[in-house]
Structures are given as C-alpha cells and as structure tokens.
Design a protein around this ligand. Structure first.
Ligand code: UFG
Length: 346
C-alpha cells in the first residue's frame, strides 16, 4: 500500500468495519483504521492498514488522528449497536454514539473532508406502518440505539447544509455473514444477534437457542427481519464513496435485501445447511423488537446502482465457517484451558 491512509474507517476492528478495511485494500484504496478496541479485535485489522488506537469521545484523539493522516473521506462505523443493551445503558449509548460522532464531525468540518459515509440503521424507523420500508417513512425509534443514530443523521444533515460536507447515511437492516476467508466475522463479547446465536447452538457452544416471542402478528408468530450480507454492505459503501468522489450523490439509503425471513425460517434453513438439529426454547418477547422490518432498497439501486448479491444461505454458511474456525483457533491456543472456560471466553 502506497502512502498513508486517506480513507478513515472508524470502528475498523469491529464486525462491519473490519470487512470494509479489507474491501478497501482489495480495491487498492488507502484506509486508516481508528478503533478503541472496546468491542473490536486488533487482529481483525489487516497488517498493511495503519491502525490508530483512539476514542472518538476524546477530542484530542480525533485531533491527533487528523494531524497524522491526510484524511479525505470518512466511513463512520464506530458505535455501540445492541438494542437491548441500549435500553439498559441509554446514557452510555448517547455519550458514545452521539458525542463520538460530534467530535468526529467537527474535525471533518475543520479539515474540509470531502465526504462522510455514516452507518445508520433500520432502528430509526421503529415499528413501521408499511412494509417494505421506504426512506421517507416515519422516523419513530423505539429504543435508545435507534434514537442515537437518528440524532447523528440530523447532525450530519445540518453540518452538510451549513458547511457543504457531502454526507451519505446508509440505513442497514440486519447485517449477517462473515468474510469468505472465514478469518473475520461477527464476534461480540456478549452475543445477542440471531445468526451467530444459531451457529453457537449448532456448534454446541450454547445449549439451546431462545426464540424471543412466537406471538407476533406474523405468519408463524416470530419476528421477520431483512438480512443483508456484510460484504454487500461493503460494496454499497464503496459505491457511495464513488458517488461522493464524482459529486454525484449524497443522501439517505436503505440497505437490505427486500426479503423478510422469520426467526423460525432462519432456524430451519440453518438446520438444513448444517445438517444438525437446533434445540430451541420459546421465551417471552424481547423489549424493543419490532414485529417486521423489511427494506425497500430501490433508491440505493437507482442512485448507487447497488443490489445485494448474496442470499441467506451464503450468510449462514460463512457465519458457520467463521465460527468453526474461531472456535478451533481458541481450542488450539488454549489447550490448557478447560472446555467451559473456552465457551465462557466466546
Ligand atoms: N432473536 C431470537 N433469539 C436470539 C437472538 C435474536 O429470537 O438469540 C430474534 C430477535 O428477538 C429478533 C430477531 O431475532 O426478533 C433479530 O434479532 P437480532 O438481535 O439479530 O437483530 P435486531 O433485529 O435486534 O437488531 C439488528 C441490529 C441493530 C439494528 C436492527 C435494525 O443489530 O443494530 O437490526 O432492525 F438496529
């Protein structure tokens, strides 16, 4: 890689950010990763990508980063992103997600950054009135996580209007899957997401899978979600970067597949792919879960020429391979550890 990084990837040691850093390297771009490693993994960042350990809540860290690197474009992934956790720790979410974005935004404005791509979420819609959800739908988040992302979108819009900073906000639906190499994937200290939890049950890392509610107003009573492959998300960011470079497009885009799968459907598909039975237990509804979220991604298709390529099977297969690989490397590293300790550390 020639020269220092000029595309900042915040949260580049985390799930989606680490896939993005790799994607940019494959495209011969020059990313630089900032991460505070609170939930990210240093080993997820490719060796040839400059790494800056820092915290966006600390303005000095952000200022130092911009002094060290000639940053022209920003992809802002760093955030806390777990709905249930946001209900338990709302102020932490406001501080981390909003203050972090604000500090970053100020520095972007003072350095006349050429474009800002923001990781937003379907959680800004709350419980939608119409499916599939369009970008103009009502914005009524039902949890602090969604609120914080909506506030950031507003800050970015206002900064864009006043200072001419070109901004793209990408509202992801349910990101899933892992890198085809199986070297990086979804791995959180305390996993709450459906696909990795299903895989943990397949691998025997967790005893059973909890289905949170089977009394929703959906065909089989379980929640319906729109899953989107992590590498398809990366492609959307790259197309957005191209659009910003050509000064062609800015704005807000839904990123989903347009297809809804119920929790039970995903479990059945995972059983078919892995050829294993998944023990399940039905539990009460999880607070803050809307019944159905399915994207209308026609704007991203029209303006960015983006279309998801991978289907649910790819997301499950790659997640399975990544989790198996990760489990294996932990076993090899910790031969002296007891099996329960390995499970604990996952
Ligand atoms: N679920 C289970 N059992 C589990 C985990 C999840 O039944 O062990 C259910 C949930 O109740 C929900 C569905 O599976 O109905 C999907 O849950 P996830 O936790 O995988 O994802 P969420 O829909 O809660 O959240 C995701 C992202 C958020 C984003 C949101 C937008 O993690 O960042 O989608 O819809 F805001």
């Amino acid at each position: 890689m020639a020269g220092p990084g000029n595309i900042l990837v915040t949260g580049g040691a985390g799930y989606i950010g680490s896939h993005m850093a790799r994607y940019l390297i494959e495209k011969e771009e020059k990313p630089v990763v900032l991460d505070n490693l609170s939930t990210g993994y240093r080993e997820f960042v490719p060796h040839d990508v400059p790494f800056f350990k820092g915290d966006l809540r600390n303005p000095q860290d952000v200022a130092r980063l911009f002094q060290q690197f000639p940053i022209q474009y920003v992809m802002h992934f760093a955030a806390q992103s777990i709905v249930t956790e946001s209900l338990e720790k709302p102020l932490e979410y406001y501080e981390n997600n909003i203050l972090g974005c604000l500090n970053l935004l100020k520095e972007c404005v003072s350095h006349s950054v050429k474009g800002f791509i923001f990781s937003s979420t379907a959680a800004v819609y709350g419980e939608p009135e119409h499916i599939p959800i369009r970008e103009e739908s009502l914005l009524r988040p039902v949890n602090p996580y969604g609120q914080t992302k909506l506030v950031c979108e507003c800050m970015l819009n206002d900064a864009s209007r006043r200072f001419g900073l070109p901004v793209v906000s990408l509202r992801y639906f349910n990101a899933a899957g892992a890198h085809p190499s199986a070297e990086i994937g979804e791995k959180h200290p305390q996993e709450t997401h459906l696909v990795p939890n299903i895989i943990s049950s397949v691998l025997g890392v967790q005893k059973e899978l909890c289905i949170f509610g089977d009394d929703y107003p959906t065909a089989d009573g379980t929640c319906v979600r729109d899953f989107i492959y992590v590498c398809d998300l990366c492609e959307a960011h790259y197309l957005a970067l191209g659009a910003l470079r050509e000064k062609k497009a800015a704005g807000i885009f839904n990123l989903g597949s347009g297809k809804g799968y119920s929790v039970k459907e995903i479990i059945r598909l995972a059983e078919k792919i892995t050829q294993r039975e998944i023990p399940v237990r039905v539990a009460v509804r999880r607070p803050g879960d809307p019944a159905r979220l399915v994207a209308d991604f026609s704007r991203a298709k029209k303006v960015l020429s983006w279309e998801p390529k991978a289907d649910m099977r790819v997301m499950i297969e790659t997640s399975w391979r990544f989790a198996g690989n990760d489990l294996e490397s932990r076993r090899t590293q910790g031969k002296h550890m007891k099996e329960e300790d390995i499970k604990e550390s996952l």
